[in-house]
Design a protein around this ligand. Structure first.
Ligand code: GLY
Length: 578
């Protein structure tokens, strides 16, 4: 957990961004909100060209791999929640998998202690990438455009380059010492070791060549042939485990979403191997019995109730959540209203409980950087897409010759029972390493439906804080009546059972509120950077209103919401970078 806090504090030292200047975007014709202005622009242009939300989401996914390399990726994984205008609701799981040669104790030394850095900063940290298979599978099943149409914008951005803004140039410079371990990473993110300056054009020819192989050969352009050879050679050179067999065997999985209801709205979110959807529904169920609207946003009573729901849900995460293909995750029970009532029966509105007294619930047995994009088109199709390399820039390791970064998602497994991972999350057998297993995630791409139609598309990066960020955006809209821009911008806090403390964004909550929380027994309040700079989460969201579709980029970062204007067209064939 120290590491998560350190990460948040480093973000605090980042140069201020032009965040506060971005207002909500309106459009009647479709909307994309993502962490990258170039990727949002690509998505909006796909919609303007007649593509549906799925086409746009796939194009955004490929564009993020070029323009937001700290989390957008070809070498990582992600989850997509899709709602189609005909009522179809489905999710695509393209989470990374443990290589076939992985073993449960692969990160332990002879004394059975976790070897620091092995699961985050070595070739052994890399899980078998899933993004390319997932994006292509989604396009094939629910898209309307050709593969070339949705990959070409990313190729143009990689080949012709983008003019670096302060956000990206500063990120690269901050990471140079991590990239220095890997010549291929230095070649991409520096000019022969010197940092890029704001305003310089940044090109990625190797990545463009990889994207062209995918455009030409589909999944074989990544999982077979030259790209696969380069990836396997990278693994062999650095002592990693991924083989050709791992790559050819990899398949994304279609999964039924986790569903819940909250005060009459339908919640559709990501099932295991994400813990996100299950915990979100569980927490909403626990809170539904309280009058959150009456206790109001930001009051000690509201924060206390939410923390107590979070404490119980995250305790269950450690025990019961993992890859459902390997462990019988009791989803139905965990997300039932009855279970929530039982689990929250000991809630005391005046007094904090102690995490050490909260174990997992009784279940008869039957899972900081990531990025989130929200997309809605004019026809009622909506996509919530969260994708990741795990930590910022993943393992910081670019595949030599192929130009894409590799993930360090293996750290999301439980390396040892009850040993915290980077995010301080604990896990047990359900999330132990096994060959071919998917590591538990917190990614929570979510669509809220009203009368069967998409109302809100949301989600966030932030490791363990993803789920509570998503919860807060949803409560801000449904209980506190905020518009999407306020719902996304409002101050946040986070509790995850262990360690037993509340992270609060600096200057987000009044001293009076903090004093009241402390008097209830929430004595461990830890400040993280202010929500006015960079705080918890980056919940780029889109909401349908009576006036049109509204997009809100989170003011904590440099994302952008771009709406489709009827006049917009890509007829000139130019990429948004030009
Ligand atoms: N790597 C962050 C997550 O999947 O939760």
């Amino acid at each position: 957990m120290k590491t998560l806090l350190a990460g948040l504090l480093i973000l605090c030292l980042a140069p201020p961004l032009d965040a506060a200047t971005r207002a909500a975007e309106f459009s009647g014709d479709g909307m994309v909100a993502s962490r990258s202005k170039w990727a949002s622009q690509v998505g909006a242009e796909i919609l303007a060209d007649g593509g549906n939300a799925v086409d746009a989401a796939v194009a955004v996914g490929f564009a993020l791999a070029v323009t937001y390399p700290s989390a957008g990726n070809l070498g990582g994984g992600g989850f997509m929640v899709i709602h189609l205008a005909d009522g179809t609701v489905i999710t695509n799981d393209h989470r990374e998998k443990a290589p076939l040669a992985a073993t449960r104790d692969m990160y332990l030394d002879e004394q059975r202690q976790v070897v620091e850095g092995l699961s985050t900063a070595s070739h052994l940290a890399v899980g078998v990438p899933g993004t390319v298979d997932g994006l292509l599978a989604v396009l094939e099943r629910y898209g309307t455009m050709d593969r070339a149409d949705v990959i070409n914008p990313a190729i143009r951005l990689a080949e012709k380059g983008i003019v670096l803004d302060r956000d990206l140039a500063a990120q690269f410079e901050r990471r140079l010492k991590d990239f220095a371990k890997y010549p291929a990473s230095m070649a991409v993110f520096s000019k022969s070791g010197a940092p890029y300056a704001v305003g310089e054009r940044w090109r990625q020819p190797d990545l463009a060549a990889t994207l062209k192989r995918i455009r030409k050969h589909g999944r074989a352009g990544f999982y077979d042939g030259r790209t696969a050879d380069l990836l396997v050679a990278e693994m062999q050179a650095g002592g990693g485990l991924i083989t050709h067999e791992d790559l050819t065997q990899y398949r994304s999985v279609w999964r039924e979403p986790v569903r819940g209801t909250y005060r009459g709205y339908d919640i559709v979110s990501m099932p295991p191997p994400s813990s996100g959807g299950v915990l979100l529904v569980q927490m909403l169920n626990m809170l539904e019995g309280l009058d959150i609207k009456a206790s109001e946003f930001g009051s000690a009573a509201t924060i206390h109730a939410m923390v107590e729901a979070e404490r119980r849900a995250y305790a269950d995460r450690a025990e019961y959540l993992g890859d459902p293909d390997f462990f019988p995750v009791p989803v139905a029970r965990l997300t039932s209203k009855d279970y929530a009532r039982m689990r929250f029966a000991d809630f005391d509105p005046d007094k904090a409980s102690l995490s050490e007294d909260i174990g997992a619930g009784e279940i008869p047995l039957e899972s900081p950087d990531t990025t989130h994009a929200s997309i809605m088109d004019a026809d009622g199709n909506a996509v919530a897409y969260t994708t990741t390399l795990n930590l910022s820039y993943g393992a910081k390791m670019v595949t030599t010759g192929a130009g894409f970064l590799l993930n360090n998602e293996m750290d999301d497994f439980s390396a040892k029972e009850n040993a915290p991972n980077f995010y301080g999350l604990l896990g047990r057998a359900a999330n132990a390493i096994e060959p071919g297993k998917r590591m538990l995630s917190s990614m929570t791409p979510t669509i809220v439906l009203q009368d069967g139609k998409p109302l809100l598309v949301t989600g966030s990066p932030g490791g363990s804080t993803i789920i509570t960020t998503t919860l807060q955006v949803i409560l801000n809209v449904l209980d506190h009546g905020m518009d999407v821009a306020d719902a996304v911008a409002s101050p946040r806090f986070h509790h995850q059972w262990q360690p037993d403390r509340i992270l609060v964004e600096a200057r987000g909550f009044s001293p009076d509120t903090r004093r009241l929380l402390q008097s209830m027994g929430h004595t461990n309040l830890v400040e993280v950077p202010s929500f006015l700079g960079r705080g918890i989460g980056d919940a780029n969201s889109v909401m349908s209103t009576k006036d049109g579709i509204v997009g809100a980029a989170d003011p904590r970062s440099a994302g952008r919401a771009v709406g489709v204007s009827p006049a917009q067209s890509r007829a000139d064939g130019k990429s948004p970078a030009e």
